[in-house]
Each structure stands twice: as structure tokens, then as C-alpha cells.
Design a protein around this ligand. Structure first.
Ligand code: SF4
Ligand code: SF4
Ligand code: SF4
Length: 317
């Protein structure tokens, strides 16, 4: 067992035994290979189910507001950024939250592996090597070869807010070209982009797994479920799929923390990230705002300034 796992378990044991929290939200081994699953540990006797590795792909901030009582959460960089946004939006009470911060080297892109070996039947991770037995063959990967796209451009692998830090801090490479992927999409012609998104939206079956995995999609009634006004029918077609994704991207403008949880949750492989990242880049360029990196900041679109330089929108006296 690695030291971070034993430290997570010991911390959880102590917090629960001392009555400082009612529940610890972390990860446990899932029932499928290379899949950890979120878990909710309520007693010191249960802490040995907690794990930490490259399969811990969910953003656990998605479960915090829905979990009653005082809670501790195991948070990697992107989870912590989502917690910051939730705190800024008054969805959480800081005093009810104990953040066990862990530095994160990234999570595995299972889709990449599945595309090569078919359904994953068995897998193990040893010293950064991932050995996989699949329906269509066996293969061994270095972690870097199957690191999720989100993690390849991550600039916040260390938690930005925490009560305790476990593991060594990770140096962030300054060479990471922050929006090279978005720039590549912007450089395509309009018709190429249209074709690309038509193809992506044709794959969507509107299961809403992307929305449900997102820590920042927390509306009690989502616009897609709304009857009055009714934005979408229950049916699935490309235009409505695009309306759903466009609505979602707008609602997440200046809030999305680029954790990739929505993309990983999509079994249809829809490139949701391309839309989210474009919005993230636009907000960054227009407002010099990165979401969830400072407790003091406010979401960019929640701030009003009488000195807004867009004079054409000012009411003339
Ligand atoms: S984006 Fe990836 S590397 Fe960065 S904190 Fe999240 S899971 Fe870890
Ligand atoms: S994008 Fe994927 S996860 Fe989201 S609704 Fe469509 S099929 Fe489901
Ligand atoms: S939209 Fe996707 S990438 Fe952005 S915060 Fe939600 S789950 Fe994470």
C-alpha cells in the first residue's frame, strides 16, 4: 500500500473517531477494472476501503452539497477548484467541510485503452505501468500514454484549498500550452467546425451522465427538465442535443474548472470538452478569469462593474 493511501485512511479514521466529521467522501475500488468509485465512509471501521490512484476519476465535489452533516473530502486539484466555486456560490458551508488535499498526477483515459483492447476484462497498475487484458487482446501501457487529455493540460494538480495536504507537491510545467487544443479548433474553417460538432452531437443519446457528473451542474430543476417554458422535448435529435450542450456550456461559463468529469462520464464519447474549453478560453481572454483558483474571487459573470469597457451596452443618460 502506498503512503498516500495509508495517510488518507489514518486521517479518515482519526476524523471519524474524534467525531469531527460524520462522513468521509473518498474513493474505493470499483467493480470494473481501472474504475474507482466514490464512497462514503461513516465509521472508523470502514476506512480501509479508501484508495487513491490513477483510477480516481470522479470529481468528488459533485457529492458534497448533497451529503448531509459535517464531511471530509479527498480532493485533488480539480475537485478543490470546484469546491472553491461552490463556496463562492454559497452552496457549501466552509466550517462543515474538511478538505484532505492530495496532489494528482492525472487519471487514466479508459476510452483510449478500450479502443485498442476492446472491453477491459482485467487490469493492474504497478510502478506507473498499466497491464490490461482485453476482449480483443492484451497490452501494457506507460501511464503517460493513456493519461486523460484534461490532465495533460492541467495547471492545478495541487489543491488550491485544503485543510491537510498529503503527498509531495507537483511542479507544474510552464511549457503546458494552455489552450493549444482550442486554438487548433478555432483555426479550422467554419464548415469544418460545423461538420465536427454535427458528428459529435449525432452521437449524444441525452442520458445526462455528463450533467450528473459535473460538480457545478447543481440546479434543482435543470432547464432540460423544465416544462414551462419547455426548452427541449424528451426526444433525441441532433439539434436538441446541440441546444442541450450549448445551454450547459453557457450555464458553466466562468465556472467550469476543466476537470473532465463530464467527458469521462460520457459513454458515447461525445467531445464535450471542445465546447467547454472554448468557453473557458473566451472567459479567460475577456475577463482574465480562471474559475475556482482563489476563495476571494467571484465567478466572472457574477461581477458587475460600472466601468465595464463595453460602452455600447451602457445606458446613455
Ligand atoms: S485535471 Fe487531471 S491532473 Fe489535474 S487535478 Fe484533475 S485529475 Fe488531476
Ligand atoms: S453528451 Fe454523452 S453523457 Fe452527455 S447526454 Fe450526451 S450521451 Fe449522455
Ligand atoms: S463542465 Fe465538465 S469539465 Fe467543467 S466542471 Fe463540469 S464536469 Fe468539470
Amino acid at each position: 500500500m502506498n503512503k498516500i493511501i495509508s495517510d488518507i485512511r489514518e486521517t479518515a479514521r482519526q476524523l471519524l473517531a474524534d467525531g469531527k466529521v460524520d462522513v468521509v467522501i473518498g474513493y474505493e475500488k470499483g467493480s470494473l477494472p481501472l474504475k474507482a468509485t466514490p464512497c462514503f465512509v461513516h465509521s472508523a471501521q470502514e476506512v480501509d476501503s479508501l484508495i487513491w490512484d490513477e483510477t480516481c476519476e470522479n470529481n468528488l465535489a459533485a457529492f458534497v452539497a448533497k451529503t448531509p452533516g459535517k464531511k471530509a473530502i479527498v480532493a485533488k486539484g480539480c475537485d478543490s477548484r470546484a469546491l472553491v466555486v461552490l463556496l463562492q456560490e454559497n452552496q457549501l458551508v466552509r466550517d462543515d467541510l474538511y478538505i484532505i488535499g492530495v496532489s494528482c498526477h492525472g487519471v487514466i483515459d479508459q476510452r483510449k485503452i478500450g479502443a485498442e483492447v476492446g472491453e477491459i476484462l482485467e487490469a493492474s497498475i504497478t510502478d506507473g505501468k498499466i497491464s490490461v487484458k482485453g476482449m480483443e487482446g492484451d497490452k501494457e501501457y506507460l501511464f503517460a500514454e493513456v493519461k486523460d487529455a484534461t490532465c495533460q493540460t492541467c495547471r492545478y494538480p495541487n489543491p488550491v484549498i485544503e485543510d491537510l495536504h498529503l503527498g509531495e507537491l507537483i511542479q507544474v510545467s510552464q511549457d503546458v500550452a494552455a489552450f493549444a487544443d482550442v486554438a487548433a479548433m478555432e483555426n479550422k474553417s467554419e464548415s469544418e467546425r460545423q461538420e465536427y460538432f454535427k458528428e459529435q452531437m449525432s452521437k449524444c443519446i441525452r442520458c445526462y451522465a455528463c450533467r450528473n457528473a459535473c460538480p457545478l451542474c447543481y440546479c434543482q430543476e435543470c432547464f432540460v427538465d423544465c416544462n414551462s417554458p419547455r426548452w427541449l422535448t424528451g426526444g433525441v435529435d441532433r439539434a436538441e442535443n446541440l441546444l442541450f450542450q450549448a445551454g450547459r456550456v453557457l450555464h458553466l461559463a466562468g465556472r467550469c474548472v476543466d476537470c473532465g468529469a463530464c467527458s469521462r462520464a460520457c459513454l458515447q464519447g461525445v467531445d464535450i470538452r471542445a465546447l467547454n474549453r472554448k468557453m473557458t478560453k473566451d472567459v479567460y481572454e475577456m475577463y482574465n478569469h480562471e474559475s475556482g483558483i482563489s476563495e476571494e474571487g467571484k465567478p466572472a459573470l457574477n461581477v458587475y462593474s460600472a466601468n465595464d469597457p463595453e460602452e455600447q451596452f451602457l445606458v446613455k443618460e
